[in-house]
Each structure stands twice: as C-alpha cells, then as structure tokens.
Design a protein around this ligand. Structure first.
Ligand SMILES: NC(=[NH2+])NCCC[C@H](N)C(=O)O
Ligand SMILES: [Mn+2]
Length: 342
C-alpha cells in the first residue's frame, strides 16, 4: 500500500529541472468570497477571518498587483444556522447538518464563479468549508463537458481525513477529506457516515498533501488504504520544497492537463510565522517555502480555485494577528501571480 509514496519518493522527478514558463495566470479574474463558517471546530474566531483580511488590505493589494477591474469582492456567503441542530447535541457532531446546507450553497456559488471565468479565492472559516469549495470546482468542470479533471493539493499540518466514526475530537474541520474522496473499497465505504449527504467527488490518485506533521493513526490508515500521496515535513526536509512540488504535480496530474484546486490551511506554516490559528503544530513550512509553492503553482497556469482557511484573528496578541494577516496576504498574492522576481 505504500507503493505510491515510495515510488514518488524514490524517483527523481523528470520535472524537477522545470523550465519556468514566463507566463502568469493573468487571463482570469479573481473572485474573492468569504465563508465565515466556524462550526467545524469549537473556537470562535475563524468566522472573522474574511473581514480582518479585507481590513488589512487584501482586496487593495490584489487590485494594485493585478488590476482593479480584475479583482471582485463578492462579500460573504451567509449561512442560516439551524440552532435547533446545534443544541440537539445528540450526535457526536451536531453541526454536520449545517455543513451540508452550507456546502450546497457555497458549491453552487463557486461553480458559477468558475463558469464565469473567475478563479475563486475562498476565505474561511475553518477547513470544513473545503467540502463545498472542492465540490463547486469539480461541478464547474463536469458541466463544462471537457475531459480535464480536477486535482487537489492539500497544504496542511493535518490530513483532515477522519470520518465521523473515526474522529476523536468530533470536529468537522478534521474530516473534509473523508467526505470528498471517492471510496475505493467497501471497507472505506463502510467507514463513511451513513447520513452523509455529500457525494464524494475526487479520485484518490488526484490528491496530494504537502506539509503534514500531525496525522492520527486512523487517518494514516485511510491514506495508505486509498493510496493517497503525501509529503510530510520530513519529506520537505529530505527533498527540498521544489522537488516536493514537482513530484506532487507529476503524481496528481502526470499529463499536465488537469485543473488544480489548492486547499491551503494556514497551519501548514510554522506557528512562529502564523501564530493566529486554532490547531498550531511546530516545525512547519517557512514563509519562503510557501512562496515557492505559490509561485510554482501559479506558473502552471492551471489553478482553478484556492481555499485559505483556519486563520483565527481571536488568537494571539495584536502584533501576532497583524503579522499573521500580512503573511497570509503575501502568500495569497504568490498563488495568484506575484513573483519575487518582480
Ligand atoms: N483543519 C484543521 N486544523 N484540522 C485539525 C484536525 C485535528 C485533528 N486531527 C482532528 O481531527 O480533530
Ligand atoms: Mn486543515
């Protein structure tokens, strides 16, 4: 079951000496959409992230960099929370029902943005919002009727691959991957939540993780069973970030034709750099490694959507929150085409 991982780790990528295409993704517009959903975990605050990022200059900086008419802020997707459902508390996670409702709404919105030639920048919220955003991106491609598939790059300290049954915390933000990945065995199907209303949409072979360093044993079993590729921080240390990205792309998109959905959890970075997040894990990506990922992905010209999740402006001092926000804005800019070469 380790074959995928071993083979990608042992073979030097033929794209590692990539010739960087001097084109940037400048044709599509950027559609910013906030999803202030925080019920995937228990700490209030990620719901404030879209507004704080805006107030720290996200839209202005994107507009200055890429042109005012190319950056449209669509505001936030609101969610009518069913408080009945929250208080019931009869289930391990009473907020599940709300997540299905949100995902339906947000996936439709994101699908429409993509169909109208926007690359959505989806501001969480916690990581459970990725369920709706990945579904929306996939849906946009299906309805376009082309053969190009969706590949998913999940940049995170955590695998977020628990099922409702396997999760120890009961937090939905630790589960989105298990809702999204198509079951490849009856055992996996069995692990999935019976009540789940989300139709899994991503093939395991089209998924790669970068930055893992806090994965629970049951999640690791799932990744191995489904043969999902991952590069932990140890792999980043062993190979260097450039090789990790090259091998990631080789694996999820060997022909270089798929669209790339980036699901970026800010806890992938070291908490020294982005302290304002709810589940920090030491030993994360550096700012420069993260910029390298962003510039590299942008150079493919194939990013279809980007989630930016788990920034919690309630955590840390004023100075830490400011530093976190400014760092996040620079990272977003790199994924959308700002280059350190100017
Ligand atoms: N998106 C995140 N920050 N996820 C953290 C998940 C932590 C833990 N593995 C859980 O399932 O509860
Ligand atoms: Mn996450």
């Amino acid at each position: 079951m380790l074959t995928t991982k071993l083979s990608i780790l042992s073979s030097k990528s033929n794209k590692s000496s990539i010739v960087w295409r001097q084109i940037r993704q400048i044709n599509s517009n950027i559609g910013v959409i906030g999803i202030p959903f925080w019920y995937g975990q228990s700490r209030l605050g990620t719901n404030l992230a879209p507004e704080i990022l805006r107030s720290k200059g996200l839209i202005d900086k994107l507009s200055a960099q890429f042109g005012q008419n190319r950056v449209i802020d669509f505001g936030n997707i609101s969610l009518e929370i069913d408080s009945n459902e929250i208080s019931k508390n009869q289930w391990k996670n009473p907020n599940e029902f709300n997540l299905w409702k949100l995902s339906e709404k947000s996936s439709n919105f994101i699908e429409n943005l993509i169909k109208n030639d926007y690359v959505p920048l989806i501001l969480g919220g916690d990581h459970s919002i990725a369920v709706g955003s990945v579904m929306g991106a996939k849906q946009a491609l299906i309805n376009k009727g082309n053969n190009e598939d969706l590949s998913l790059i999940w940049i995170d300290a955590h695998a977020d691959a628990n099922t409702v049954q396997s999760s120890l915390s009961g937090n939905l933000h630790g589960m989105p991957m298990s809702f999204l990945v198509k079951p490849t065995s009856t055992e996996h199907q069995h692990q999935k939540n019976q009540q789940q209303q989300i139709k899994p949409c991503i093939n395991a072979k089209n998924i790669v993780y970068i930055g893992l360093r806090d994965v629970e044993i049951q999640e690791l079993h799932l990744l191995k069973e489904l043969n999902i590729a991952y590069f932990s921080m140890k792999d980043v240390d062993n190979l260097g970030i450039n090789e990790v990205i090259a091998r990631s792309l080789d694996h999820i998109d060997p022909l270089g034709k798929n669209h790339l959905h980036i699901s970026f959890d800010v806890d992938s970075l070291d908490p020294m750099i982005i302290p304002s997040t709810g589940t920090p894990v030491m030993g994360g990506l550096t700012f420069r490694e993260t910029l390298q990922i962003g510039e590299y992905i942008n150079n493919t010209g194939r990013m279809i959507a980007m989630d930016l999740v788990e920034f919690n402006p309630n955590i840390g001092t004023e100075q830490m929150i400011d530093q976190s926000a400014k760092t996040i804005i620079e990272i977003i800019m790199a994924f959308f085409g700002k280059s350190r070469l100017g």
